[in-house]
Design a protein. Structure first.
Length: 231
């Protein structure tokens, strides 16, 4: 894992000093995954590539330095926690609806001395009632289809900030299907950016929705409504 991370981070032009912290996180993930369902990816090389390097690639696609970032539906911490470990200037909030996963992330942050990372157990649509228009960036991977996800994430982003959705390269239809939602929620889709996870031939896509105006107060709706009638 160490060599893969070293080569991958170097290929991305990112610093390698935090590899010991990433390894400690990976060890805690592997250990906890024996007793609770955190990730289906267990091979250390795959964890390095598909969790850490996929997450780290985001640092080359947007300027996160000194910014507030919320990871919506972070699960075992991806992509948010690797971003914060590699760039300590990021002010990170990790949000998930599953209490056990947030409990795990608190343990990791305590063990790594990341005292400023907020680990929040909440549903995004409820958290947004208190923290709307609060973050420079929302990021999210593998949580919901874009028309639903946009309603969970865009309300949290400040005007001038962006919501970054990590998707597959086959996400054209999803982006088209979300066009009305994005506009209604005060967003504007930018040209998607495709990237390759270093050390692999895997191509992923970052969909960038910039917040150009405030989200109307009535959004986000309750999850049942979002799901039943996506915008
Ligand atoms: N982002 C991580 C990753 O890529 O490895 C985890 C993905 S996991 C498939 C989806 C996560 O989203 C779950 O942990 C789930 O609890 C969370 N989630 C789904 N809907 C949510 C919501 N409305 N608010 C907060 N978390 C949510």
């Amino acid at each position: 894992m160490e060599q893969l991370l070293h080569d991958g981070l170097t290929a991305l032009g990112l610093p390698t000093e935090q590899i010991p912290a990433l390894r400690a996180y990976a060890a805690m993930l592997a250990e906890k995954n024996k007793v609770m369902n955190l990730t289906a990816i267990t091979d250390p090389a795959e964890v390095a590539r598909l969790h850490f390097l996929d997450s780290a690639a985001l640092l080359t696609l947007a300027d996160f330095h000194g910014k507030s970032v919320i990871d919506v539906g972070t699960g075992a911490g991806f992509p948010g926690l690797p971003l914060r470990i590699i760039d300590p200037s990021i002010r990170l909030t990790l949000l998930d609806a599953q209490k056990k996963r947030i409990g795990f992330l608190r343990e990791v942050c305590d063990a790594l001395g990341l005292t400023d990372v907020a680990c929040v157990h909440a549903r995004a649509e409820e958290f947004a009632a208190e923290y709307r228009e609060s973050f420079d960036f929302a990021v999210s991977r593998a949580v919901a289809a874009l028309p639903v996800l946009a309603e969970l994430c865009l309300p949290l982003v400040k005007a001038g900030g962006s919501f970054l959705a990590m998707k597959s390269v086959d996400s054209d239809e999803e982006l088209n299907a979300a066009a009305k939602a994005v506009q209604t929620l005060g967003g504007q889709a930018q040209t998607p950016i495709d990237y390759t996870i270093p050390g692999t031939e895997i191509r992923h896509r970052l969909l960038i929705l910039t917040k150009i105006s405030k989200t109307p107060e009535k959004f986000p709706r309750m999850f049942a409504k979002i799901k039943k009638n996506p915008l």
